[in-house]
Design a protein around this ligand. Structure first.
Ligand code: MOS
Length: 703
């Protein structure tokens, strides 16, 4: 027994101070093990075989010659794979995407659909055999044509109502002094984290153990338990280190295939996706066609706002990119109509990709606002300030803190906006035309129930356990600071254990809600532990542990419009002879709740803004109409912004503590990308006098 040695004097808070990643050394020295690297005795390797047709059925698979190849242990396909149950509702009320229920039937709904898993003693043997497997198909004509005018587009809810309509749109448009009516398009975009999707599954003493790269161990446990009709307590998912997620790392085909193989062979089985396979299996952002109509008084005040978005999904699963949702939060108008509609095509199911809805939606809406500012002859910042709503434009709910105007004022001051000549196409620097643009950003700020435990040890240290996922954001470090403050000790005395479903249910790293949700649970557990410890009292060798569950506290939050906000500013240079657009500088000022770790928070926001550069100028997945597959499904063919594309970017935040959160957090996961592409597109207009309503703004479109 050792005496309690917690510090009695109140410490200066760790939250708000810069801290390098607690696992940083492990990561740069290679000591940190990722899901595809954890060693297991007797490990077998699975390799997925993907369809080469975009629609039809599997007639037969020539498995016999493949089974005779060196090292090959099994071929799983629709004839012999274990059956799974897809009739359930999972986390966040979502139905499972049948894409994950692999090998259940002979239908092929898109190119790149998993048709078999080849398992072998080594990864190389599995790959060679998978590539040798001949699959015979009955091919049917496919349809991958996405346009906004398709008559088969239908309103689809997703996680928000498909349609909101208030007021008489035609009457308000007719009565408006100024009208903007424009169509905007964004292409299919892909999230390809540096670490590919990877999983190892094995049965261990009657439990299914899954070492996985994902955004939430609780999520994966729930889905696998449902699919395989298992007691969730008999499934353990671990994901200690995750090299990026961006929405793509939930449950996908490879985990299910690995569990099937581990069950069939009674051996540990690893399945890793290739970069190329990720383009079919990891989900992506749907292309969008968005029509925005704005009607305003001569002074810029909105009378009419219409935002109608169309996105696509597969024939097997309804996923909505809710691009019109952002209009329901940002601006009010007497007539306010929004809708999200879907077209179903012979393509893979899209999924959540960083700021789903807000990213493409803000491009259309914030570009239209800029067009309105131009037509009204009003400064774009001033136009937004004139249209600040005093309550939720559609919900009518009060705003739980809306500091957008403060972001614009601070951003405009630091960017030097007051000196801007509003006329387009008049500034030159040699062969470059220069322009500046701005846009607003918002993203929902939410929290979801989680559990955490905090343990006091006799040596004066503490262990905090929560099934959080650090997908590269620095969440583990942020949570260490939060725990240290709740325990009133130095962060060095706190061990943060995450990424293990045995720590109890917790929110996923998603919806910009991870750090806030986990911090709430940690604050509750650590705070109660702190209260239980009496200075000078003894702690038993096994320690003293307190568990928290935030279900009741979060459920008691009053309904309100809760969001983070931001103001984006950009300066571009456009080469009128080559059509090249270069970003010269960007500034983002955010009101995103209390910032836990300024170092990693800045990274997260910068990363989002860089993604905005990528979205505005580079990213575009191109599908080949004949094959239904991608042209250049790799990071050579699919362009993303690289170092040379990224100029001086500054990001900062204003004081914005959320009074409804124990730590004051709102969330910064996704807001960095919101509005960034619009600010850049608006800057291109200011440089050239030409509006670009289709992303990316490629050189051939500029010329
Ligand atoms: Mo996100 S798109 O909630 O990872």
């Amino acid at each position: 027994m050792t005496a309690v040695t917690t510090e009695t004097a109140r410490r200066a808070p760790s939250v708000g101070t810069a801290h390098t990643r607690v696992e940083g050394r492990d990561k740069v020295t290679g000591a940190a093990r990722y899901a595809g690297e954890v060693p297991f005795a007797d490990l077998a390797y699975g390799w997925l075989v993907l369809s080469t047709i975009a629609r039809g059925r599997i007639r037969s698979l020539d498995t016999e010659p493949v089974l005779a190849m060196p090292g090959v242990l099994a071929v799983l396909d629709h004839r012999n794979a274990p059956r799974v149950d897809t009739d359930y509702t999972g986390l966040l009320g979502m139905r499972p995407d049948p894409t994950c229920a692999v090998f259940q039937h002979d239908r092929v709904p898109h190119r790149g659909w998993p048709v078999a898993l080849v398992v072998a003693e080594t990864s190389e043997q599995a790959r060679e055999a998978a590539e040798a497997l001949v699959v015979h198909y009955e091919q049917e004509p496919h349809d991958i044509d996405f346009t906004g005018e398709r008559p088969d587009a239908y309103p689809a809810d997703g996680h928000m109502p498909a349609v909101t309509e208030k007021g008489d749109l035609d009457a308000e448009l007719a009565a408006s002094a100024v009208v903007v009516d424009a169509e905007y398009t964004t292409p299919e975009e892909h999230h390809n984290p540096m670490e590919p999707h990877a999983v190892t599954a094995r049965w261990d003493a009657g439990r299914l153990e899954v070492i996985d790269s994902n955004q939430g161990a609780t999520w994966v446990v729930g889905e696998l338990a449902n699919l395989f009709s298992l007691d969730p307590a008999s499934v353990r998912v671990r994901s200690e280190h995750v090299g990026g997620g961006f929405g793509s790392k939930g449950v996908r085909a490879h985990q299910v295939a690995a569990v099937m193989a581990a069950t069939t062979l009674q051996r540990p089985v690893r399945v890793v996706l290739t970069r190329r396979q990720m383009f079919s299996l990891a989900g992506y952002r749907s292309p969008t066609v968005q029509r925005v109509r704005l009607g305003a008084e001569a002074d810029g005040r909105l009378r009419a706002l219409e935002h109608r978005a169309v996105s696509l999904t597969s024939t097997v699963y309804e996923f909505v990119e809710p691009s019109a949702g952002v209009a329901r939060v940002m601006y009010g108008a007497d007539a306010h109509h929004t809708s999200n509609r879907l077209v179903r095509l012979d393509v893979p199911s899209p999924t959540f990709m960083r700021a789903p809805g807000e990213a493409p939606g803000s491009f259309a809406l914030e570009s239209a606002l800029d067009e309105l500012a131009e037509k009204c002859g009003i400064d774009p910042v001033e136009l937004r300030l004139r249209n600040e709503p005093d309550k939720g434009p559609v919900s009518g709910l009060p705003f739980a803190g809306r500091n957008l105007a403060a972001c614009f004022r601070e951003g405009a001051r630091r960017f030097g906006w007051a000196d801007r000549d509003p006329r387009p196409g008049v500034r030159r620097d040699g062969r470059w035309l220069l322009g500046t643009g701005t846009a607003a950003a918002s993203f929902p700020a939410g929290a979801a129930p989680s559990t955490a435990t905090a343990t006091a040890h006799p040596d004066g240290t503490f262990t905090v356990r929560i099934s959080a996922a650090d997908i590269g954001t620095g969440a583990r470090t942020a949570l260490t600071l939060v725990a240290a403050d709740a325990l009133q000790v130095a962060p060095e005395r706190v061990r943060m254990r995450i990424g293990d479903s045995d720590f109890g249910p917790a929110m996923i790293a998603g919806g910009s809600m991870g750090t806030r949700s986990w911090s709430w649970a940690i604050t509750a557990a650590a705070g109660e532990l702190r209260d239980q410890l009496t200075p000078g009292a003894d702690i038993p060798p096994e320690g003293i542990t307190v568990r928290s569950d935030t279900t009741a506290a979060i459920g008691a939050l009053a309904p309100a419009e809760r969001h983070s906000y931001g103001a984006q500013f950009a300066e571009v240079a456009v080469d009128v002879t080559t059509g090249e657009v270069r970003v010269r500088r960007m500034l983002g000022i955010f009101a995103a709740g209390r910032i836990v770790n300024p170092l990693t928070a800045r990274n997260q926001l910068l990363g989002g803004m860089i993604w905005g550069i990528s979205m505005a100028l580079h990213e575009e997945a191109v599908r080949d109409r004949a094959s239904g597959g991608h042209v250049g499904a790799d990071l050579a063919g699919y362009h993303v912004a690289t170092n040379a594309d990224v100029p001086r970017i500054e990001t900062d935040w204003i004081d914005d503590t959320d009074p409804n959160d124990p730590v004051g957090i709102k969330g910064i996961g996704e807001i960095g990308v919101v509005g960034a592409a619009a600010a850049l597109a608006n800057a291109v207009w200011h440089a050239t006098g030409v509006r670009h309503r289709s992303l990316p703004i490629r050189p051939d479109r500029v010329l």
